[in-house]
Design a protein around this ligand. Structure first.
Ligand code: FDA
Length: 299
């Protein structure tokens, strides 16, 4: 990241919430489930699948985590009722991981069971490195009992290369992404070339072993690499899917959809949009630059 972009990122917390909100509209379906349903109906009409994320993380009170469990039940019911091609993505700290691991496990289990009733699927998002071991433990335990659960693996983590061994052995359903949290160098690669190489290495290993992979990237070089592996392994279009975030690289998304690849869009909704938006903005300082420019324009 250049010095200017670093500077931009450092002043992000000073940007008024309503301005962040204005520029985040593209990345978030809205504050309510109805808004997410509307967005997904539109995607489905265009042959695009979705995964719904209720915005929020780092819950500290048990009752709040239970409210989230209930909200996910409502999301699953709404998917069923509206006949949508969508599943759900959940974050362990949103379901009490930082309160108690067993409590979190039980909460996720309720959601997985509810999804199973509807023949639906639950993806467990991966948060920062302090959550990785617990999240993998929860996933592997659930996997013993349920087949409708998947996990996420991050190419920037140094441990990923080792984690792959078990994930491959258990033929896990994975989403592979670069990783979005700001991590210490002891835990994560900082060199983008290494992160990309690790993404390619992991993808080849997973697809080669017959794992179903959600290839989550907007990076066209990685998309090309994925297509080359898919071709080399002669995979059918039902053996993987591409995944992108709502509002990002829509042109590349449509190119892949037109070519007949399965595409799933991550659709976040909810009241807690600020933390999510700030992460997206930190990740893409060019967007932040345009916000700052707009502030100056307004001035
Ligand atoms: P990269 O960041 O290099 O972006 C490639 C190009 O895409 C950029 O040059 C730019 O054009 C465009 N782009 C990327 N982000 C943009 C943005 N915000 N706005 C506008 N343009 C943008 N991470 C994690 O740690 N845990 C998780 O569970 C998930 N889950 C997840 C689900 C899905 C469906 C996706 C697509 C991504 C995630 N991520 C994630 C985030 C992921 O780790 C990563 O940070 C982002 O996808 C950005 O990485 P890219 O591979 O897109 O490359």
């Amino acid at each position: 990241m250049g010095i200017f972009n670093k500077l931009i990122v450092s002043v992000l917390p000073l940007i008024p919430k309503f301005i962040v909100g204005f520029f985040s509209r593209k990345y978030i379906a809205g504050a309510t489930l109805e808004k997410a349903i509307e967005k997904i109906s539109e995607f489905n009409r265009n042959g695009i699948m979705a995964t719904i994320d209720i915005l929020g993380e780092e819950i500290e009170i048990r009752e709040d985590a239970l409210l989230v469990v209930n909200e996910y039940k409502q999301v699953l019911a709404a998917i069923e009722k509206n006949g949508l091609d969508a599943n759900v993505s959940i974050k362990p700290t949103h379901l009490g991981l930082k309160i108690d691991k067993t409590f979190c496990y039980e909460n996720i289990q309720i959601i997985v069971e509810e999804a199973q009733k509807y023949n639906n699927f639950v993806r467990i998002d991966m948060e920062d490195h302090t959550c990785t071991s617990d999240t993998l433990d929860i996933f592997f335990n659930l996997k013993k009992q349920y087949s409708n659960v998947g996990i996420v693996i991050q190419a920037y983590l140094r441990r990923t290369i080792d984690d792959l061994t078990r994930l491959v052995k258990e033929k896990s359903n994975l989403r592979l992404c670069k990783g979005i949290y700001v991590e210490p160098r002891s835990e994560a690669y900082k060199d983008l070339t290494i992160i990309n190489d690790n993404f390619k290495y992991s993808l080849e290993k997973l697809l080669g072993a017959g794992c179903y992979v959600g290839i989550a990237t907007h990076d066209e070089k990685l998309v090309w690499h994925a297509l080359s592996i898919i071709d080399k392994l002669k995979l059918s279009k039902t053996e993987y899917e591409f995944q992108m975030l709502l509002g990002v690289t829509e042109e590349l998304r449509d190119i892949l959809v037109s070519a007949g690849h399965r595409m799933r869009i991550y659709v976040p909704y909810g009241e807690h949009w600020h933390a999510y938006s700030m992460r997206r903005l930190k990740e893409n300082p060019n967007l932040a630059t345009s916000i700052i420019k707009n502030i100056f324009k307004k001035g």
